[in-house]
Design a protein around this ligand. Structure first.
Ligand code: PMV
Length: 347
């Protein structure tokens, strides 16, 4: 089929890992499997316009961020296109205009690489489907996740909802190092619409890029134990997600967050990405949970911000606590309310 021009538009959400991906092999193969909640409100919206050109052996694209040309994002996209070219040989037949924006503030300290790469991958698959209309929906989703992974590892978990596993694991049917798959078992009602209030403690540029962070696992003294532990924690959380045991959920999720940061503190060079307010928030959460028995917990990404996780049925109490006791520790009092969502959307 010859397709001259057209455009697509996708939104793809961010995701928050429960069992963390930290360490990778060549070709974006994760050193251990991970599992995440797909988010709903934190997302990237990307429009991809394409026009047929002479195949001139170069990629050609313009990049707009919130409607304005954005030169400094281009190298990352260029590298991504080079990486996926062997899987998408039609890319050099078109000139692209990539027009992208995030639902969250650019400088919030929330990484947009997962949602951004996923949104771009969905658009590329829409073009591929135009060229090869016989493709199945399943192929579309798997390849979109496969491509997103090559942009940014955790992006492969931003294609589908509500809970996604990435990385080979003996007990997760269909799991793969190459793409994310929806959690294959039935999820207990306790985890429906699980809430994530993101406390923006520090909006500064990350001290360590995740690329550098993953690399530091290569000669890390505790790497092998960590990778084995991630497998065990994934087995354990699988049961928890099926049975609804919130006490066990909290143990695994908080331990995973602190382990991620321990890995950074024990690598050479070493880093501390938490800020004093991160620790204040963690202590407040523990105190509140002890006193009230309300099952609220935290997780962290590779930064100082805190994701506060809790079931929907304690939302009023949790938000009351967050707004009175925790928001004071956020930079300019900023936080984002989110919850588990359904994955990328075409519109
Ligand atoms: O996708 P990357 O390479 O930016 O790595 C993300 C790593 C963590 O966010 C710290 C953990 C995870 O599993 O998302």
């Amino acid at each position: 089929t010859v397709i001259e021009n057209g455009s697509f538009q996708w939104s793809a959400p961010s995701n928050i890992a429960l069992v963390k991906y930290w360490g990778k092999k060549e070709h974006q193969i994760p050193a251990n499997p991970s599992i995440s909640f797909t988010l709903n409100n934190c997302k990237t919206i990307t429009k991809l316009a394409f026009a047929k050109k002479q195949n001139d052996s170069n990629f050609s694209f313009d990049l707009l961020f919130e409607g304005q040309p954005k030169e400094d994002f281009k190298p990352k996209i260029q590298k991504f296109l080079e990486r996926i070219e062997i899987y998408c040989p039609y890319l050099k037949d078109y000139h692209f205009t990539i027009d992208t924006e995030n639902s969250f503030p650019h400088s919030s300290g929330i990484a947009s690489s997962a949602s951004g790469m996923a949104a771009l991958a969905m658009n590329i698959m829409s073009l591929e489907r135009k060229l090869y209309p016989e493709m199945t929906q399943n192929f579309f989703n798997l390849k979109a996740s496969f491509l997103a992974r090559l942009g940014s590892g955790s992006a492969c978990r931003s294609v589908k909802g509500n809970i996604v596993v990435w990385g080979n694991h003996a007990e997760i049917e269909g799991s793969s190092d190459l793409f994310g798959v929806e959690f294959p078992a039935k999820i207990h009602d306790n985890f429906k619409n699980y809430q994530d209030t993101i406390l923006l403690v520090d909006k500064g540029e990350k001290q360590v890029s995740s690329t550098v962070g993953h690399d530091l696992m290569h000669h890390h003294p505790f790497a092998q134990q960590r990778f084995a532990q991630a497998h065990e924690n994934l087995s354990a959380i699988k049961k928890v997600l099926e049975k609804g045991d919130l006490t066990e959920f909290i143990k695994i999720v908080e331990s995973e967050a602190l382990t991620l940061h321990s890995m950074m503190m024990t690598s050479i060079p070493y880093f501390i990405l938490m800020k004093p307010n991160t620790l204040e928030i963690i202590n407040k959460i523990w105190q509140f949970r002890n006193e009230t028995k309300i099952p609220i917990c935290f997780t962290l990404d590779a930064g100082a911000n805190v994701h506060v996780l809790y079931p929907e049925n304690v939302r009023v109490e949790a938000m009351q606590f967050i707004t009175t006791e925790l928001v004071g520790y956020c930079q300019n009092g900023n936080y984002i309310c989110d919850q588990v969502g359904d994955g990328a959307i075409n519109f």
